[in-house]
Ligand binder design. Structure first.
Ligand SMILES: NC(=O)c1ccc[n+]([C@@H]2O[C@H](COP(=O)([O-])OP(=O)(O)OC[C@H]3O[C@@H](n4cnc5c(N)ncnc54)[C@H](OP(=O)(O)O)[C@@H]3O)[C@@H](O)[C@H]2O)c1
Length: 241
């Protein structure tokens, strides 16, 4: 299994869930920009599940040497990579913030997924799970740079799914609403609409087993987004969302 964004608590909960359910992986490749934190998780799964793991450095803001990934083969890729950055109030006109959001959520991430997608395609098997966001469904004034990068990522996953379908590779798009993780630490989230990493991992794992194409984390978000998508633009532009 390949994990992108290994310090994500959702990624870690998904790995644990999969191992608890008896999924077998020759090796788990933990890609991370934070080796130290990932080492703790690697040791944890090595001891608890006698699972071999390997940590691979990946910082999307730096140059990537794809030759380092040559020997990596897997049947499952789980991508939890993402970066919220500063929202509109603080960050809209800060080009560094804007660039970083676009790079980590989309432009620097896509070539990495493509690299592994090509390996899956030649083997004619495998599943790619990508965590996008409900933020990508409609641009809202509070954080539309992040939302637009996630919209692009959602469209990419949709196209990749379409392209790889006949090559026997499945691509699943996950659209989380709120999740209580380090990304949202300190934000005032409605607890009824917020999933714990464990809940999120269970939703994602169940959807993976059912070979879903697109899944929301917490079903209530599919209803919320149905409403949001259908608000007429002349009303939507006046809302403070
Ligand atoms: N939390 C929410 O409410 C929420 C809602 C909707 C969607 N999402 C999406 O769900 C996914 C998981 O998010 P999360 O809540 O678990 O947040 P998170 O803990 O911040 O996870 C995102 C991961 O992205 C990786 N990352 C960040 N900067 C990177 C860089 N420069 N290079 C490479 N990797 C980098 C980090 O992994 P490493 O430290 O291992 O590199 C980080 O753990 C993300 O795609 C996020 O956008 C989250």
């Amino acid at each position: 299994m390949i994990v992108l964004g290994s310090t994500s608590e959702v990624a870690q909960a998904f790995v644990e869930k999969a191992l608890q359910e008896g999924e077998k992986f020759e090796r788990i490749y933990l890609f991370t920009s934070n080796k130290e934190t990932t080492e703790r998780f690697a040791r944890h799964i090595d001891v608890k599940f006698l699972q071999q793991s390997e940590i691979i450095e990946l910082d999307l803001t730096k140059e990537i040497n794809y030759q380092n990934f040559d020997s990596i083969n897997s049947s499952l890729l789980f991508c939890a990579t993402g970066y919220l950055g500063d929202g509109t109030e603080e960050g809209l006109y800060d080009n560094k913030n804007t660039q970083r959001i676009i790079d980590i959520n989309y432009s620097k991430l896509v070539p990495v997924i493509n690299y592994f997608a090509q390996k899956f395609e030649s083997r004619r098997s495998g599943t790619i799970i990508g965590l996008s966001s409900v933020a990508g469904e409609r641009g809202r004034q509070s954080n539309f740079i992040y939302g637009s990068a996630k919209a692009a990522f959602t469209a990419y996953l949709s196209g990749l799914r379409n392209y790889l379908f006949e090559k026997k590779v499945h691509v699943m798009t996950v659209k989380p609403g709120f999740m209580a993780t380090k990304m949202t630490e300190g934000l005032p989230l409605n607890p009824k609409l917020t999933a714990t990493p464990k809940q999120a991992a269970e939703c994602i794992y169940n959807a993976f087993k059912k070979q879903r194409n697109v899944t929301y984390v917490l079903p209530i978000w599919s209803v919320i987004m149905l409403v949001i998508r259908n608000i007429p633009e002349f009303v939507f532009k006046k809302l403070k969302l």
